[in-house]
Design a protein around this ligand. Structure first.
Ligand SMILES: [Zn+2]
Length: 239
């Protein structure tokens, strides 16, 4: 392949990320591991992408201060990301949701109000959070999201079942710089820089001061591009 990345080759980092995340799930949700084959649907969310690629996911917006800065950065580097939107914020900032879409990014569902712990909600409430967000995003942007991320990554069989019943693909992550805690630009940069082919990166454009996230992305994005990584959306192309 003349040293060029083979887009069809599934790299070891992807496989190891999958394995690691099954283990992480074992720790994160013991209830989940006791889960039951009879449920139907997916047992695990997606937390990898194939090929010599990574997926950048941006949660908790849109936010009038930070979303435009993230979008400017992505535009400058011609990178496509997935924005997991909170329905209530889409209602508050419809123009921003439309801008995200107009600039070619994928819109995902991140619940209406971001209640936590999400898996503790009743099945009816879980469903309502997802359905209302679907409706809101469609009304505002014309797009019906196909991807869902549970607030806080708080998956359970109940959450996965609602996600599947509503025709959505659950998407988790593999690289979490904990940027929502504002741990310092250097730390976010270091963690994101460790991303390898197959990984799904998590960061935030809402829910607080995201200046560290924006500063870290400004360094990390060109670095990952220089390593030949392509930015894709989880679950493949199309809405
Ligand atoms: Zn969130």
């Amino acid at each position: 392949m003349n040293g060029a990345p083979d887009p069809d080759h599934t790299p070891w980092s992807y496989l190891s990320a999958q394995l690691l995340h099954h283990l992480l799930f074992a720790v994160r949700g013991q209830q989940f591991l006791r889960s039951q084959a009879g449920l139907g649907g997916r047992r695990w969310p997606v937390f990898g992408v194939p090929g010599h690629s990574v997926a950048l996911t941006v949660d908790d917006g849109p936010d009038p201060q930070w979303t435009p800065r993230v979008l400017d950065l992505l535009g400058r580097h011609r990178i496509t990301a997935t924005f997991f939107l909170i329905g209530a914020r889409v209602r508050e900032h419809p123009d921003l949701a439309r801008r995200i879409r107009a600039e070619g990014h994928r819109l995902g569902n991140h619940s209406m109000w971001h209640p936590q712990p999400f898996a503790a909600l009743s099945p009816a409430r879980v469903r309502a959070e997802i359905v209302e967000t679907q409706r809101t995003v469609e009304e505002v942007t014309g797009v019906v999201p196909r991807l869902f991320r549970a607030p806080g990554g708080n998956w359970s069989p109940k959450v996965l079942r609602a996600t599947g019943d509503l025709g959505l693909l659950p998407v988790d992550w593999t690289v979490n710089p904990s940027d929502w805690r504002s741990p310092g630009t250097d730390r976010i940069t270091r963690r994101l820089s460790r991303s390898r082919a197959g990984h799904v990166l998590l960061c935030h454009d809402g829910g607080g001061d995201r200046s560290q996230t924006v500063a870290a992305l400004a360094t990390v994005l060109p670095r990952l591009l220089d390593r030949g990584l392509r930015f894709v959306v989880p679950g493949g192309d199309g809405d």
